[in-house]
Design a protein around this ligand. Structure first.
Ligand SMILES: *Cc1c(COP(=O)(O)O)cnc(C)c1O
Length: 360
């Protein structure tokens, strides 16, 4: 039996989108491929509220994260981490010999504007990375306040990991002044994994031009030049299957309307939070709760694997805690094309398992 996924990626994918993945191939240097890629970029610009250049990458989101920090750090990066995915950005920097410092908070807490201000006041950094939505802890960072800090440091390139939030929560890239905003297909966009995308500002591009060793596959200068100078083409062969599906899904997303989509995510989040507060507790700082994934503190000490096994028999799958939080928490993702009614069905199924004592 297929288990409906309520894990923070990959998410459940609608049948019409899976069908688009099977569209017959075209040459990747054709005019048709250029038109497909340009159309996707136009639609993404609407969703991201930006006029910046859009890059697509045949990789998961991590590829563009690594490409961004490697390509755009001229002197030194300040990496703000609130969990596993923030730390990943630091590991990418060190693995690529990019000078970087890690600024962490306790799990469940957010990166605050004053943390960013304190680091930038040293004058040591010309690139900042922030996780918009930390999937490991269910925290959504206050990017509005962080944006105000970055505005006072106009030479700093601001990179945002929006992998588990773009398409599920508002991120107005240009209003916030985000230079590189990155996401993957398999989370709030509701597609299969295998493609990543980002917006790139001219500032980020000009920063990258000054960096001598940017790697090759994820070289932001090369990618940017192909897209802007060669009719939305890519240096290597992209996943056209994903592009067909993404193009179709972006039409659906814009038809639903970004506002309505974000409101739907908020409604799902509120249902899960209410349920979790009554039965367990929320793990994250209540002032910075994620709109797309809820991390629940396992206050009853249930066996999360047993819960998931029992849920599997009912046709559902949720997620255990991430890394060190594996048994102390569990996570319910409410992202992509799921509906509040789907969430109600899931929560009822969990209640049934809890009532039957299937978690001891
Ligand atoms: C899933 C996730 C990633 C990693 O994305 P991939 O597409 O698996 O490379 C990075 N950051 C966050 C916040 C995520 O949720």
């Amino acid at each position: 039996m297929h288990k409906r996924l309520f894990i923070p990626g990959p998410v459940e994918v609608r049948p019409d989108i899976l069908e688009k993945m099977g569209t017959p191939m075209i040459g990747h240097r054709s005019k048709a491929a250029s038109a497909l890629q340009a159309g996707i970029a136009d639609k993404l610009r609407v969703l991201m509220a930006t006029e910046n250049v859009i890059l697509l990458s045949t990789s998961s989101g991590s590829g563009l994260m690594e490409g961004a920090i490697r390509s755009c750090t001229r002197r030194r990066a300040a990496v703000f981490s609130i969990g596993a995915f923030g730390e990943r950005w630091y590991k990418m920097a060190t693995a690529n010999a990019v000078p970087a410092d890690l600024f962490s908070v306790e799990p469940g807490r957010a990166t605050l504007p004053e943390h960013v201000e304190a680091a930038l006041a040293t004058g040591k950094y010309d690139l900042v990375t922030v996780t918009h939505n930390e999937t490991a802890t269910g925290v959504m960072n206050p990017v509005e306040g962080i944006a105000e800090v970055l505005r006072r440091h106009p030479d700093v390139v601001w990179c945002v990991d929006a992998v588990s939030s773009l398409g599920g929560a508002r991120i107005d890239v240009d209003r916030l002044g985000i230079d590189v905003c990155i996401t993957s297909t398999q989370k709030c966009l509701g597609l299969p994994p295998g493609m990543a995308l980002c917006s790139v500002s001219q500032k980020a591009y000009h920063a990258a031009e000054q960096v001598p060793h940017r790697g090759l596959y994820f070289d932001f200068v090369e990618l940017y030049k192909y897209v802007t100078e060669k009719e939305s083409q890519y240096p290597s062969t992209p996943s056209l299957a994903h592009m067909y599906a993404l193009d179709h899904q972006l039409d659906r997303i814009l038809a639903e309307g970004p506002e309505a989509r974000f409101a739907r995510h908020h409604a799902m989040a509120e249902r899960v939070r209410g349920w979790a507060r009554e039965r367990f507790a929320l793990f994250a700082d209540p002032e910075h709760l994620s709109e797309t994934v809820t991390c629940i503190a396992n206050t009853r000490g249930i066996d999360v694997s047993a819960l998931n096994r029992a849920l599997g028999e009912a046709g559902y799958e949720i997620s255990n805690g991430y890394g060190a939080l594996k048994d102390r928490t569990f996570r319910i993702a409410h992202m992509g094309d799921a509906t509040p009614a789907d969430i109600d069905g899931l929560l009822a199924a969990i209640d049934a398992v809890l009532a039957q004592g299937g978690t001891r």
